[in-house]
Design a protein around this ligand. Sequence first.
Ligand SMILES: [Zn+2]
Ligand SMILES: [Zn+2]
Length: 542
Amino acid sequence: MARRQAPLDNGAIAERLDAFAVLLDLAGSERYTARAYRRAAETIRETRAPVADLVRAGRVQDLRGIGPGIAKRLRELVETGRIAELDALEQSVNPELVGLGRLLGIGPQRMVEIGNALGVRSVDDFREAARAGRLRAIAGIGPKTERRVLERLEGPTRRERRGLLLNRARALVEGIAESLGGEPAGDPRRWADSCRDLAVVVASDRPQEVLRSFEELAAVVAVVEREPRRAVGVTVEGVPIELVVAEPESFGRALLRATGTKAYVDALGPLPAAADEAGVYEALGLPWCPPELREEPFRGRPPALVELGDVRGDLHCHTTWSDGRASVLEMATAARDLGYEYVAICDHTRNVRVVPGLDADDLRRQADEIAEANEQLAPFRVLRGTEVDIRRDGSLDLPDDVLEELDWVQLSLHAGQREAAEPLTRKVAEAMRHPAVRCLSHPRGRIINHRPPNALDLEAVFEVALETGVALETNGLPDRLDLSGPEVRLAVEAGVPIVASTDAHSVRGLGNMRLAVATARRGWATAADVVNTRPLAEILSS
Ligand SMILES: [Zn+2]
Ligand SMILES: [Zn+2]
């Protein structure tokens, strides 16, 4: 990791803290320490006042998430231009080798041991030693492990890599693209719900300079492949990121290729060179295709997909009344500041148990708080809502009289996701028939990388949705994105309305609308298919 003497603006300070977090992770220190530094870096990036001034005035701990430990290191950084502990860590940890270890599936401690035993400190030397058959001589490495390491050194297969959540993948490629003046590409550009191929494409006549800047990024701990116009770097988590430096005249072609999917790109045939993507499509005689639709071969004219700017409100978010981190007024103010017309407060009900839930009395007390927020924020409208649990027997976890008072009722199943298709579908269908219900939340109940989708019979649910007017949600939580793109497409084809909501548990969480909308777009949804592109009057009257 190269050290640049940048002026200590907030961005530079945040970058140092991020670098520190990376090294703490690599050193195998307790995860929460590294996370605290990352969060502090985030806060500093979002702070408008110069943080160096706050440090000098002894006021930096006024900022959220900055305790005495981090404040002390910030003082050192502002006074001396460096953090001694960071320098020492960098010496002892050897980020490059540890990053390579993560890619190869070898833990940090073990990787450092292996590096010492081989007497190597760089990726190139490690590769050379491995190819020369020297791994076998190391205690604990048998022929099987050696073969696996050699194979992965030549490029791990997609199957071996676990996908990165979309929010993290977007943040990574967006950050790198911004630093290098390029464009995000790969799976995150198509807003894939789990990202394996991450790429950034830069247009430049000076590839050497771009490659050098890439290697110096805090996010890139090791570079495992290097060619004249291409490199593969690895993040601290062992996630490979491909960098392509295209000649400016053929940037469009390189971007299209790096965005994928391979099936989609291959089906286009030989790609003409062009400075931008529009030029490539034009030369092919095809209409431009939004990245979200580039999953399978497609040469037609895409529909006018829903856009973030079409969204008029968020219909699913939480507050401190249940497991959210912000008050009704804070969430509502943030939603208004996003340019929305309305937001629905949908806290949990009692049945959820693992987090605080509301009963009828709580909801009526919450009504007062919502009324106050409405007074302050008018004409913006805070809707009284709930995320009501479906009980084991298919009944709703709130009495009818309170359900009827509410403006927006989200329906949710939080337990029993492993139930067989028939009883599960019957229960959900029964609950959807309650006249107060407006939308079914995260219908498949999946948690990406942790829990597969439930067995819900979507066809049957679509039928009930059409009959009752209940919409289906595409949930913007990065580990849910539920319905998924392909499922949204089935719903849209069946004529079932979609709601794109965030399920935000914090002000920041409201920003996940872009993930919900992208997922709806991956399902070919137009604004007309998405309920929360409609004005408030229509939401209240239907
Ligand atoms: Zn939920
Ligand atoms: Zn929720």
